[in-house]
Design a protein around this ligand. Structure first.
Ligand code: UFG
Length: 319
């Protein structure tokens, strides 16, 4: 298929673009390089360096079989302080994309949604029909896009799939997580192991969990990429399907740090810090729907594998 990958110079976008190229698709990456990196665009993909809201119309006029839409602002804390960036950068930009797709008859859209659309869960594992009550503008902006996709599928026949990611981690060879502002646990812990950070702050040790630290569902970015390729194949005109993607197992912050100690051989000092605003105690996905409807099977669910791949990527980068 001829595919447009928005945000394909970012972490998840670059890994998925690499999988798509390997699977023989004709891939164009559209990225403004605001948080992505030019050298993260895989060989064999063509890069259009442009703002998505401005360029969507012109680029889609070429004729594409589908869009995988990763480009987004994705920092929860920033979204609370500056919500306007999220309504403009996520919702308005995606509206422009949807309109350009409608105008040019682009049939398929696979969208990076998030567990943050659910907010504080009533029960875990979280199924797709759980109430969506986002606790921050980041999650709200992604939910607004999901709702727009439902209406475009119903009214205009779009074949739409939203994939709600839980905690994405790991790396795919030279494609991995490298944010200028790093907020995610595993890359932060690995910065300590590689000597670019002194200690990891543990945000709260009095949560109602077995060891008092928050529990999350870590999904290997390669398993996530597999789900995108399956979503593309299974997208049906006029239907908007939503799938949660996680490994289905929860690991605490302490367990993650311990796994990083084992993999890296570094002591990784940690300091106690207050709870981070907006953090739920436990987030675990039910990915039953993705397994039964898409035939998705995560293969890299072991925390050691996830951390080892992220560590190999961290060590391969210049300090
Ligand atoms: N944590 C620490 N110290 C740190 C960083 C994180 O203790 O320095 C803790 C957090 O409090 C949390 C866990 O590690 O309990 C994981 O935190 P991350 O920031 O890595 O990930 P989140 O669970 O906050 O965020 C993920 C996605 C978001 C998404 C959210 C849904 O990365 O995009 O899940 O709730 F919005």
């Amino acid at each position: 298929m001829k595919l447009l990958v928005t945000g394909g110079a970012g972490y998840v976008g670059s890994v998925c673009a690499a999988h798509l190229v390997d699977a023989g698709h004709d891939v164009t990456v559209l990225d403004d390089l605001s948080t992505g990196h030019k050298d993260a665009v895989p060989d064999g993909a063509h890069l259009v360096h442009a703002d998505l809201a401005e360029a969507a119309e012109e680029v889609l006029a070429e004729g594409f079989d589908g869009v995988l839409h990763f480009a987004a602002k994705s920092l929860v804390g920033e979204s609370v302080a500056r919500p306007e960036l999220y309504w403009a950068g996520n919702v308005v930009t995606t509206f422009r994309l949807l309109e350009a797709m409608r105008k040019h008859g682009t049939p398929r859209l696979v969208f990076s949604s998030t567990a943050a659309t659910y907010g504080e869960p009533e029960r875990v594992p979280i199924p797709e029909d759980a109430p969506t009550r986002p606790t921050n503008p980041y999650g709200a902006s992604k939910l607004a896009i999901d709702l727009a996709m439902t209406s475009y599928a119903a009214a205009h026949g779009l074949a739409a799939v939203s994939l709600r990611y839980f905690n994405v981690a790991g790396a795919h060879g030279r494609f991995g997580e490298r944010h200028t502002v790093e907020t995610h646990l595993i890359p932060i812990v690995l910065q300590v192991a590689s000597g670019t950070r002194e200690a990891v702050q543990v945000y709260g040790d009095d949560w109602p969990t077995p060891d008092g630290t928050c529990v999350r569902d870590y999904i290997h970015v390669d398993d996530l990429a597999d789900a995108h390729l399956l979503a593309l194949q299974h997208a049906e005109p006029g239907k908007h399907a939503i799938y949660n993607l996680g490994s289905g197992t929860g690991f605490s912050v302490r367990q993650v740090i311990e796994a990083c100690r084992e993999v890296t051989g570094h002591p990784i000092p940690m300091t106690a810090a207050p709870r981070r605003a907006g953090d739920p105690a436990v987030l675990i996905a039910s990915s039953e729907a993705a397994r039964t409807e898409l035939g998705w099977q995560p293969h890299r669910t072991d925390l050691t594998t996830i951390v080892r791949d992220a560590w190999e990527f961290t060590r391969s980068r210049p300090a």
